[in-house]
Design a binder for this molecule. Structure first.
Ligand code: ADP
Ligand code: ADP
Length: 228
């Protein structure tokens, strides 16, 4: 599903963010990525949805080689990989419905189909009744649920989340985790970078710890493992 072979990433300013990484993630896995600030988690995540390209090595998602993928094919990739961020990144002038349909409309399906698909997805994140609301009328947890709806509306094989609970209180964070669990239960592979010790230690999923741009630990039923 996701495969990295001897990945190195040096930013143009000389910072070596990833220093030789090999990894494979199978279909349907739920993987936590942990590690101290500056360890390379965001860079790792960005390599999977091709926000960044490796300096050396190969990244495959769904057997597609991202490193040699042409720029014009990247938008298609973005439909098979959903991404969720800490700060939601919703479009503020669009309604909940439009934020989600925006991701679909690129595919040029007919309007009735789009509507049905968006509403079904909003039902999954329990926001059907707020389809007309604007992001600023929603709580943080609700905004993140819109972002998840946007990320899954195309039924991606992989969902990437970069600290999705970072701006949320503990209770709301668990609501988000329940939704991600449900998404995972439907077969979507999830890779989630997080600093949330409680979530990682409670869920007992695969944990990949990154330190200094390398995999320091990779455990099937891992724990958070850091003091802070
Ligand atoms: P984490 O997400 O674990 O905090 P990052 O992947 O964001 O780690 O950062 C890893 C290293 O790469 C850090 O030293 C960071 O300062 C650096 N870095 C991240 N993004 C960039 C960038 N766009 N340009 C230059 N250096 C960067
Ligand atoms: P996030 O982890 O939320 O994606 P960023 O990628 O913006 O945040 O930043 C993560 C780390 O990378 C921070 O420590 C930041 O200072 C550093 N960083 C981001 N962009 C650059 C850059 N262009 N040059 C150097 N360091 C950067």
């Amino acid at each position: 599903m996701i495969e990295m072979r001897d990945i190195w990433k040096t930013y143009p300013n000389g910072v070596m963010a990833i220093n030789g990484m090999n990894l494979s993630v199978d279909k349907g896995e739920f993987v936590y990525v942990v590690g101290p600030s500056g360890a390379g988690k965001s860079t790792f995540i960005k390599l999977i949805y091709r926000e960044e390209k490796p300096t050396k090595g190969k990244v495959y998602v769904d057997k597609k080689d991202l490193s040699s993928m042409k720029e014009k094919h990247v938008p298609y990739l973005r439909r098979s990989i959903g991404v969720v961020f800490q700060d939601f990144k919703l479009l503020p002038s669009l309604s909940v419905f439009e934020n989600v349909s925006f991701a679909l409309e690129v595919i040029e399906e007919d309007t009735a189909k789009i509507r049905q698909r968006v509403m079904r997805t909003l039902e999954t994140v329990q926001l059907k009744n707020k389809a007309r609301f604007k992001p600023h009328e929603l709580s943080g947890g609700e905004q993140q649920r819109v972002a998840i709806a946007r990320a899954i509306v195309n039924n991606p094989s992989v969902l990437i989340a970069d600290e999705p609970t970072g701006n949320l209180d503990p209770e709301t964070s668990w609501e988000i985790m329940n939704i991600l669990e449900e998404v995972n239960a439907h077969g979507t592979t999830i890779v989630m970078a997080t600093h949330n010790r409680e979530i990682v230690n409670t869920m007992r999923k695969r944990v990949i710890a990154i330190d200094g741009g390398r995999i320091a630990r990779d455990e099937i039923r891992g724990d958070y493992g850091y003091e802070s």
